[in-house]
Design a protein around this ligand. Structure first.
Ligand SMILES: NC(=O)N[C@@H](CC(=O)O)C(=O)O
Length: 428
């Protein structure tokens, strides 16, 4: 029997209490009388959150191990306070078969620092032409419930409709990368006067919102669950508000980078700021923050997208798209949402742990820190403001837009299944 006593943590930012954890389960909350053989972890002044859950992580294995592996990716996850991540299907081969989703799940079990929940591809090879065998992946040992072609839009309406119809009976969800391809040919950044000034092809907001408008109507017509990946524009927020008011079963995510960075970062042509969907205008950032605060957007998801740094040292138009985000997500949410009064720590737990787990139908994660609950805990120092350096990045890639930026909040300890996966910022 292993006993861990976490002393003096502020549960969801509230009153301080001790957490007693025995064999991976929270057995007491209050003043602990530590048994002689207990490990005691000083959490005085730290905020205790449920271990975070990320609905949108690119772990890159199999096929792109030079960017990240499952083993390196879960190190980044633990460092960021995560207990579970949903691994996107744009691997090589794509996660469009039972073999690949079960391989990813097994790699996660071996890595051991966080739960890895595979996402299945919607279409074979993410090509948008033929449905993958969604039912087989759902019935597999990986128990896939989230399906996505992220990186690519399921553009064909008939395929999207059939995918929604197919997953409804087993309560699956289609997570759409909303990008109308015919409107984003050659797109390099947000379509705006700045794009003209910088001479870069524009990615118009309507290319996202038009797909979301179509998809919410398909979700209504099929009664199935739709999840909208990386919402980036005010127009999409308006569509979501309308759809939710009609009772359509749609959920949505926003990334940390879209909550705090704007297209102005593109001025220096530093490709660390190149991402799909692109960084938008300040008005979009404001709309996204308000939507996350009022529940129109349900969760924060990192879209952790590792790329070898040399793919970011190319000219803007040739550079890879994407940013790592697991390690800095909580700090960005603290800065953009908590310090602005838009969310309290209970709200942070909702949008970064309980609701992502609920959308992904992942039992045993994201639940309240209460007696009897599995012991997945993130312990955060809200006053831990520091400039982000590569020493804060624990995955294989360092393509973070926040390097050199000062961010608040530091994940001091992470506990996963009762085990300390991060201690004083050091990943086990
Ligand atoms: N978000 C990104 O900019 N990149 C993602 C895929 C994608 O959504 O384009 C990646 O897998 O690198």
């Amino acid at each position: 029997m292993t006993t861990l006593v976490v002393r003096g943590a502020r549960i969801l930012g509230g009153d301080a209490a001790d957490l007693t954890i025995v064999d991976g389960t929270i057995t007491a909350i209050g003043t602990a009388s530590a048994a002689a053989d207990a490990t005691v972890l000083d959490a005085d002044g730290l905020v205790a959150l449920p271990g975070l859950v990320d609905l949108h992580t690119h772990l890159r294995e199999p096929g792109f191990e030079q960017a990240e592996t499952v083993a390196t990716g879960v190190r980044a996850a633990a460092a960021g306070g995560y207990a579970a991540v949903f691994a996107m299907a744009n691997t090589k081969p794509a996660a469009d078969t039972v073999a690949v989703v079960e391989q990813v799940a097994e790699l996660g079990r071996r890595a051991g620092l966080a739960h890895v929940q595979p996402i299945g591809a919607v279409t074979v090879g993410l090509e948008g032409k033929r449905l993958a065998d969604l039912g087989m992946m759902a019935r597999s040992a990986a128990q896939v419930r989230v399906f996505s072609d992220d990186g690519h839009c399921v553009h064909d309406a008939q395929l999207m409709r059939r995918a929604l119809e197919y997953v409804a009976p087993f309560d699956g969800v289609i997570a759409q990368h909303a990008q109308e391809p015919s409107l984003t040919v050659g797109a390099q950044m947000h379509e705006s006067p700045l794009a003209g000034e910088l001479g870069l092809g524009g990615w118009p907001s309507v290319a996202e919102s038009a797909i979301v408008a179509r998809d919410v109507l398909l979700a209504e017509a099929t009664g199935a669950r739709l999840h909208v990946c990386h919402v980036s524009t005010a127009e999409t927020v308006d569509v979501l508000r309308w759809a939710k008011a009609r009772g359509i079963r749609v959920t949505a995510e926003v990334t940390p980078h879209h909550l705090i960075l704007t297209e102005e970062e593109v001025r220096g042509y530093d490709a660390r700021f190149k991402v799909n969907p692109p960084l938008r205008a300040a008005t979009d950032v404001d709309a996204l923050r308000a939507a996350l605060a009022d529940g129109t957007i349900d969760v924060v998801a990192t879209d952790h997208a590792p790329h070898p740094i040399e793919t970011k040292q190319a000219a803007w138009a040739d550079a890879a798209m994407g940013m790592v985000g697991l390690e800095t997500a909580l700090a960005v949410v603290q800065e953009s949402m908590v310090e602005t009064g838009l969310l309290d720590w209970a709200g942070v737990a909702r949008v970064m742990a309980s609701t992502p787990a609920q959308i992904g139908r992942l039992d045993g994660f994201g639940g309240a820190l209460e007696v009897g609950a599995p012991a997945h805990v993130a312990l955060v120092d809200p006053a831990g403001r520091a400039p982000i350096g590569t020493e804060h990045l624990h995955g294989r890639s360092t393509n973070s837009p926040f390097l050199g930026h000062s961010l608040p909040g530091r994940v001091v300890h992470t506990i996963y299944r009762g085990r300390q996966t991060v201690l004083d910022g050091v990943v086990a």
